[in-house]
Structure formats: structure tokens, C-alpha cells
Design a protein around this ligand. Structure first.
Ligand SMILES: Cc1cc2nc3c(=O)[nH]c(=O)nc-3n(C[C@H](O)[C@H](O)[C@H](O)COP(=O)(O)OP(=O)(O)OC[C@H]3O[C@@H](n4cnc5c(N)ncnc54)[C@H](O)[C@@H]3O)c2cc1C
Ligand code: SF4
Length: 479
């Protein structure tokens, strides 16, 4: 098919959702629904091909953005795809969910000169979606199968990127995961309206067809110890992410209908995947017709408020203890949420959950921002006698995540962790203190981004390759 014949529709920023005045239901014009081709070449040709590609410098994967933009502008889409996928295992995922305003696009020279960024993420997404459509994305063909085996714990983006890179080199790869599906937070954390699940599923299918073995519903710590897995493989990679939800210790925390964010998002994602989810079906984890309050100001909180809106909540409020300028979440996500009808209650902190058995509301303190703390951010301080109440049928806690206690969970006291509980690794090699055990992704960084997890997975794969080559050499020397 010639490029000219490809379907061109509007590409660019998300258009505002419309609400039917009678049914009160939203018609979301999701960014990815109408974002197929039309302006990909137009956007790409806006790139000034500036001498210092700040976009590339600020992309964690150092994607060769100016070159694939140029190829797209010239209609050389296969070459654009090949270049784009040479540095990124999931360009269509990053194109959809990277906080581009903080990374590549935020540093686009055109943006900085006040003319609006080239929509780099959208073009990246387009290039790879088109490659899938054209049949250019194929399973890995292995030239030289190797006997050495790598066990990867965790099928999130870090584990999957490492698995793909190592399989390309011919190693035998087994990925273990405690979920029933692969993808980690790509499948059960990030909502469908930001990242459609078939995008993740077709990637993992491709890896299966490339000869990577996946063992699902397998929890290291329960179904095997770390040492048992070490004995099975030449190398292990730990890419288990961070899942311990931060708690809020105030009166009423044990009331019903106060949920951690992941419980709410997982139920919604499972439902979207066609699973039977009793707690959703019986209304417990369904926001429809309810007053929802989400506590937190990061991207997880934004996902919860935007999911609630899509479930037709009666009202959705986001409670955050700092102001808009100091929110950790992407400014684009906050703008989307505001546009969709989420009410932000800035400078507010919950003091007590109110209710009998089930939560009925919150008592909230007003906050003022004091002097900067150690992190450089202004410290929230409670304003005296400023309390007010908010009604709530469901409260969702989205206060961030910490690592689980892996040495205890894996029955391996020797495994060293940092003071934050993340795994301690060698800065250059990503090897933990246990020989032949490497780590990547959120479990070494703390809660971070998909693009960083992919970068870690790729870097870990390189170190693992060196380790395995040395191991092979040592064997030959002994023989
Ligand atoms: C709600 C939410 C929204 C997000 N939105 C974005 C976004 O828009 N953009 C973005 O860039 N980032 C986003 N992130 C962050 C991003 O998802 C993570 O940084 C990224 O997924 C980390 O990748 P990972 O491979 O390290 O871990 P994960 O994706 O967490 O994968 C870890 C895997 O390890 C498995 N596992 C854990 N323990 C064990 C065990 N003991 N045995 C076997 N398997 C185990 C888990 O089941 C999981 O599949 C979001 C995070 C959340 C929570
Ligand atoms: S991977 Fe993320 S930061 Fe890099 S070019 Fe793509 S969207 Fe931008």
C-alpha cells in the first residue's frame, strides 16, 4: 500500500469530551481513537532538525527522534519504524504514555520558541502502529541458539525489554510472574483509555512466538525461593516493580469503601479485559452514580479520577495537599482531568474518614505551604481551625508505592537493599550483591516510568550478556 493511501485522520492533542445533557454520559474523544495518521508527516516536517537535539537528550532511551521524524516526513515509514524500534522495545507504548511534556516534547526547540512542540510521542506511536498494520513487526529469528538460560522475575516493561534483548542474542529465557497476564503495570495499573490492552497483549504474543517461555501465576517467595530459581538458571534478573501502597494513618482508615488505588484500577482493567470481577459487578469497586474522592496528586491519582469519570461517577474530587504548581503528576494529565470534570481540592489534607461501617465522607484540613524541606519542595502545614467536610461514597488512596520486603519475601536475607527498600545494585553492571543476580526497573529506582524500566531492562541485558560470555570463557579455560 502506498503511504498516500493510508487513512489520515486528525492527529494532535485530545479534544474535549462532550456530555449528553439527558443521559449525563460522557462521549470521550480519546486521544488514541482519532490519532491515526493525518498529521504524522505534517508534524514530522515541523522538526527544525536543530543541531543539538534536546528532545533526544531528554529521552531516557536516547531515541534518534530527529532522524525518524525526517524519515516520516519523507514518507519512508518502514525505515522510520526500523530506526525507532532499534532503541526502544515498545515505541507504541511510550508514544502513548510517556509524560512527553516532561521529557522529549518539553525540550523541543520549537516548543521553547513558543510555537508548540512537534508531537513526538504521537508520531512515535503512529510509526509503530502502522508497522504492525503493515506486517513489519515479526517474531525474532534466532541465528545461534545458546544453551545458557536466564530466569526473569517480573513480566513488566523492564522484564520484557530484557527478555527480548537477550532472546535476540539466542539465550533461553523464562519469565516468571505472579499475575495471570504479562505486562505488569501496563496491563493492570495503567487504564485502558491511556493504553489499550491489545497493544500490550500483541507485544507479549510476539515474545512468545520468539521462543520466550512465560510462567504465569508463579510467585517467587511462595512457589519457589530465590535460591531454587538460581539453581535452575545461569542468571536471574529481578524486575518485580514496587507494589506496597503507601498508607494514610488517620481515624476511620478501616471503614468500608476506602480502597488502595491498585485495587480500584485492577478491577477496572480486568473488567475491560472481559474478566468476571465480582467486586465490580456487585458495585463495590464501581464508581457509577457515586461521589468519589481520590487522595493524591501523582499520575496514579489522575488515572483513578479519570477512570471514575468514565465509570459515570456522580462527582469526582481529587484531594491534594499542595497546589497545582507543585503537583508531581504530568501537567497534561491534570489538564485532561480538569477538562473532563474532575474537581481539584488543592491545599487540603484528610484528617478523618467519617462513617459507620462504610465511609460517608471526610473531614479535611486546609493547608498552607511553608518553607522548602530537604527535597526542595515547600512543606505543607496545617492551617488552624480550617476544617471542612466532603461527602464520599468511595475513597481511593493514591499516595504512591514502596518496594515490598524482597529479602523476606524471597527467603533470602543476604539480598541487599537500600534504605528505601529498593534493591542495591552495582551502578555499572546492575548486578545485586548476589553473583549472577541482576535487577532492573522500579525495584531499583522506586516508582518511576515505563520508559526508564525499558532502559533498565536493555542495560541489564547488556550486562547479563557480558556475564554469560565470561562464564562460558571460564568453563572453556577449565576444560
Ligand atoms: C496506576 C499507574 C499508572 C501509571 N502510569 C504511567 C504512565 O502513564 N506513564 C509511565 O511512563 N509510567 C506510568 N506508571 C509507572 C510504570 O507503570 C512503572 O514505572 C513501570 O511499569 C515499571 O516497570 P517494571 O517492569 O519495573 O515493574 P512492573 O510494571 O510493576 O512489573 C513488575 C512485575 O513483576 C511481577 N512480580 C512482582 N513480584 C513478583 C514475585 N514475587 N514473583 C513473581 N512476579 C512478581 C508483577 O506481577 C509485575 O507483573 C504508572 C504506574 C501506576 C501504578
Ligand atoms: S520514549 Fe518517551 S521520551 Fe523518548 S521519544 Fe518516545 S515519548 Fe519521547
Amino acid at each position: 500500500m502506498s503511504n498516500k493511501m493510508l487513512k489520515f485522520v486528525k492527529i494532535g492533542q485530545q479534544s474535549p469530551p462532550k456530555r449528553d445533557v439527558v443521559t449525563r454520559k460522557w462521549d470521550f474523544n480519546e486521544i488514541y481513537k482519532d490519532f491515526i495518521h493525518e498529521k504524522a508527516s505534517e508534524q514530522s516536517s515541523r522538526c527544525s532538525q536543530c543541531g543539538v537535539p534536546f528532545c533526544q537528550v531528554h529521552c531516557p532511551l536516547s531515541n534518534n527522534i530527529p532522524d525518524w521524524l525526517k524519515l516520516t516526513a519523507e514518507g519512508r515509514l518502514k525505515e522510520a519504524y526500523e530506526l525507532s524500534q532499534s532503541t526502544n522495545n515498545m515505541p507504541e507504548v511510550c508514544g502513548r504514555i510517556c509524560p512527553q511534556d516532561k521529557l522529549c516534547e518539553g525540550n523541543c526547540v520549537i516548543e521553547q520558541s513558543g510555537h508548540g512542540t512537534v508531537t513526538i510521542g504521537s508520531v512515535e506511536k503512529y510509526i509503530t502502529d502502522n508497522a504492525w498494520e503493515q506486517g513489519w513487526v515479526n517474531p525474532i529469528k534466532i541465528k545461534n541458539e545458546k544453551n545458557q538460560s536466564v530466569g526473569i522475575i517480573g513480566a513488566g516493561p523492564a522484564g520484557l525489554a530484557a527478555a527480548e534483548q537477550l532472546r535476540k542474542l539466542g539465550y533461553q529465557i523464562t519469565v516468571y510472574d505472579r499475575y495471570d497476564r504479562t505486562g505488569g503495570l501496563l496491563i493492570y495499573g495503567i487504564p485502558n483509555f491511556k493504553l489499550e490492552k491489545f497493544i500490550v497483549e500483541r507485544r507479549t504474543e510476539l515474545l512468545k512466538k520468539s521462543g520466550i517461555k512465560f510462567i504465569q501465576n508463579f510467585e517467587v517467595g511462595k512457589d519457589s525461593t530465590l535460591d531454587q530459581l538460581r539453581a535452575k538458571h545461569d542468571v536471574l534478573l529481578i524486575a518485580t516493580g514496587v507494589y506496597k501502597a503507601r498508607e494514610i494513618d488517620i481515624p476511620g482508615s478501616d471503614l468500608g469503601n476506602v480502597f488502595p488505588a491498585m485495587e480500584f484500577l485492577t478491577a477496572s482493567n480486568k473488567k475491560g479485559l472481559g474478566d468476571k470481577v465480582e467486586l465490580f459487578d456487585n458495585g463495590t469497586l464501581n464508581a457509577e452514580g457515586k461521589d468519589i474522592v481520590v487522595i493524591g496528586g501523582g499520575d496514579t491519582a489522575m488515572d483513578c479520577v479519570r477512570t471514575s469519570i468514565r465509570q459515570n461517577a456522580k462527582s469526582v474530587k481529587c484531594l491534594y495537599r499542595r497546589d497545582k504548581e507543585n503537583m508531581p503528576g504530568s501537567a497534561r494529565e491534570v489538564a485532561n482531568a480538569e477538562e473532563e470534570g474532575v474537581e481539584f481540592v488543592w491545599l487540603s489534607s484528610p484528617k478523618e474518614f467519617i462513617g459507620i461501617n462504610k465511609v460517608e465522607g471526610l473531614n479535611v484540613d486546609k493547608i498552607k505551604l511553608g518553607e522548602p524541606d530537604d527535597s526542595g519542595r515547600r512543606k505543607p502545614e496545617i492551617k488552624k481551625n480550617s476544617q471542612f467536610n466532603i461527602k464520599a461514597d468511595i475513597v481511593i488512596k493514591a499516595l504512591g508505592f514502596d518496594p515490598e520486603n524482597l529479602p523476606k519475601l524471597f527467603d533470602c536475607d543476604d539480598l541487599q537493599v537500600t534504605k528505601w527498600g529498593t534493591l542495591k545494585t552495582d551502578f555499572d553492571t546492575m548486578e545485586t550483591n548476589l553473583q549472577g543476580v541482576f535487577a532492573a526497573g522500579d525495584i531499583i529506582r522506586g516508582a518511576s516510568l515505563v520508559v526508564w524500566a525499558i532502559k533498565d531492562g536493555r542495560d541489564a541485558a547488556l550486562s547479563i550478556k557480558k556475564f554469560l560470555e565470561n562464564k562460558e570463557l571460564q568453563k572453556e579455560e577449565v576444560a
